[in-house]
Design a protein around this ligand. Structure first.
Ligand code: ADP
Ligand code: TRP
Length: 321
């Protein structure tokens, strides 16, 4: 069987450049060499979202992000998670072979408890639904940022346990986590995340995008002071977009003194804006034609459902249903 790549992202806000570097780009690059399944994790979003109109809107928005960034629907499959409800059946079956000890250890759940949040059962079983997403499609490779590593490891454990109990049925997947972009820093230097309010959204209009870059937190060194590029948040992001030559050039200017952080931020904005200009145009076109996005999602869900149905049939038969 051809190598299959699968990943998903929740429609809980507008995708940001942490998502772009940590997930979208590595995932989309795999379209050359493998069969790709990419989806909008709408069921997972329900663990936190309570606004139906916003959920609908953001589901389309995340799909538009996939398409604008290069997902080619003639070769890859894209759908909304809730249009393939087979995954919830698989999640139930997996939950019956997963020890509570495993889900107790999930970081996302533990963090929510530590923060004193009112934790729902969906958040607690989140890793099992994610495992079902991955296993329903016989995925070999799962491109994600580092924060999702534990979830893919739990998925591997569930697949191995299932195969041990019922015979070889499920493909055991591998995570794909690129070291250089495993944790992209946000405006304040912490991991960029929608939950920390420190994001730079991919498809902001140029003026707003520039403003975001200008708000990156730096130390208070003056223009003339020599600066250390390696400990600077602005340079940390610049490295992830600029060529080797551009990086060396800016690093020298940092060390020499005479470069203000405003200039470094402008250089960062320019390099990112140049890379985003074309996909931004595509994104704006798509957003103006939501029916086109809906049609692509519907076609994708039909293709995805056929694959998930076959896995569920295999799983049902393996367990005796
Ligand atoms: P957020 O943390 O902002 O809610 P998601 O959980 O929706 O982001 O993440 C979607 C994908 O993007 C996941 O694969 C996740 O690991 C990756 N990702 C999110 N933030 C970052 C980051 N700062 N650096 C690298 N990858 C990230
Ligand atoms: N949990 C992932 C996140 O928060 C989203 C996700 C759901 C996912 N199902 C998946 C990622 C399956 C990869 C594979 O970002």
């Amino acid at each position: 069987m051809a190598q299959r790549t699968l990943t998903g992202i929740k429609p809980t806000g507008m995708p940001h450049i942490g998502n772009l570097l940590g997930m979208y780009r590595p995932a989309l690059a795999r379209q050359q060499e493998s069969e790709c399944f990419f989806f909008v994790a709408s069921y997972h979003a329900l663990t936190t979202m309570r606004d139906p109109a916003l959920l609908r809107d953001q589901t389309l928005d995340v799909a538009a992000n996939w398409l604008a960034l290069g997902l080619d629907p003639s070769r890859s499959v894209i759908w909304s998670q809730h249009d393939v409800p087979e995954v919830t059946e698989l999640a139930w079956i997996l939950s019956c072979i997963t020890s509570k000890g495993m889900t107790d250890k999930a970081h996302a759940f533990k963090d929510a408890v530590a923060k004193g949040l009112d934790v729902n059962v969906g958040l607690y079983t989140y890793p099992i639904l994610m495992a079902a997403d991955i296993l329903a499609f016989d995925s070999h490779v799962v491109p994600v940022g580092k924060d999702q590593k534990q979830h893919v490891e739990m998925t591997r454990d569930m697949a191995q346990r299932f195969n041990h109990l019922f015979g070889e049925t499920l493909v055991v997947p591998e995570p794909l986590i690129r070291d250089d972009v495993a944790t992209v820093p946000g405006l304040d230097g912490q991991k960029m995340s929608k939950s920390y309010g420190n994001t730079i959204e991919i498809f902001l209009p140029p003026k707003k995008l520039r403003k975001k870059f200008m708000s990156i937190v730096t130390d208070s060194k003056g223009v003339d002071d020599p600066k250390d590029p390696e400990s600077c948040n602005v340079f940390g992001l610049y490295k992830l977009f600029a060529t080797e030559e551009q990086q060396q050039d800016l690093a020298e200017q940092y060390r020499a003194g005479g470069l203000g952080y405003g200039h470094a931020k402008q250089a960062l904005f320019e390099v990112v804006d140049e890379q985003l200009a074309e996909p931004r145009e595509k994104y704006n076109e798509l957003k103006a034609n939501p029916d086109e996005i809906r049609a692509v999602l519907e076609d994708g869900s039909n293709r995805a459902r056929t694959v998930a149905r076959a896995t569920i049939d295999r799983v049902r038969s393996a367990v005796g249903l």
